[in-house]
Design a protein. Structure first.
Length: 132
C-alpha cells in the first residue's frame, strides 16, 4: 500500500494525495479524502445549535414615529392631529436616513392625523353652514 507524503517515509517524495471528494479506486487503491461524493457534508454545529455569530441586533425605533402614532390616536383638542402629521413626516425622513425601525407607526400617525384634520374641516363646514 502506498503512503502519501509522510515525512521520512521512503518513496513519499513527489507523490500527492488525491483531490477532495476523489472516489476510491478499485480495491487496494488510494483512500478517498473528505466526505463521500453522494451527499452534502454534515452541518458544522449540528441541529438545534445557534449559529456561531450570535443573534441579530434589533434596530432602534424612531421616537417621532411613536409620538406621531400616539398623537394621531389621541387627537388632543385636534392640535394632536396636526402634530401627528408634522412628527409623522419628519419621522419617515429620519427613518430613511438612519435606517431605523418604526415606519409603520409613522404612517399610522400620518393617516390618523389626516383623519383628524378631515374632522376639523367637517366641523368648520358644519359650523359655518349652521350660522347661515
Amino acid at each position: 500500500m502506498t503512503q502519501w507524503n509522510v515525512p521520512g517515509h521512503p518513496g513519499a517524495e513527489g507523490q500527492q494525495p488525491p483531490p477532495y471528494g476523489y472516489p476510491p479506486a478499485a480495491a487496494g487503491g488510494p483512500p478517498a479524502y473528505g466526505p463521500p461524493a453522494y451527499g452534502p457534508p454534515p452541518a458544522p454545529y449540528g441541529p438545534g445549535y445557534p449559529p456561531p455569530y450570535g443573534y441579530p441586533v434589533a434596530r432602534r425605533t424612531n421616537g417621532l414615529a411613536i409620538a406621531a402614532m400616539v398623537l394621531g390616536i389621541l387627537w388632543i383638542y385636534w392640535i394632536g392631529s396636526i402634530l401627528a402629521l408634522v412628527f409623522g413626516y419628519t419621522a419617515r425622513s429620519q427613518i430613511r436616513e438612519r435606517g431605523e425601525a418604526g415606519d409603520g407607526m409613522a404612517i399610522a400617525g400620518i393617516v390618523l392625523g389626516w383623519v383628524g384634520v378631515g374632522f376639523i374641516g367637517l366641523a368648520l363646514v358644519a359650523g359655518i353652514a349652521s350660522t347661515v
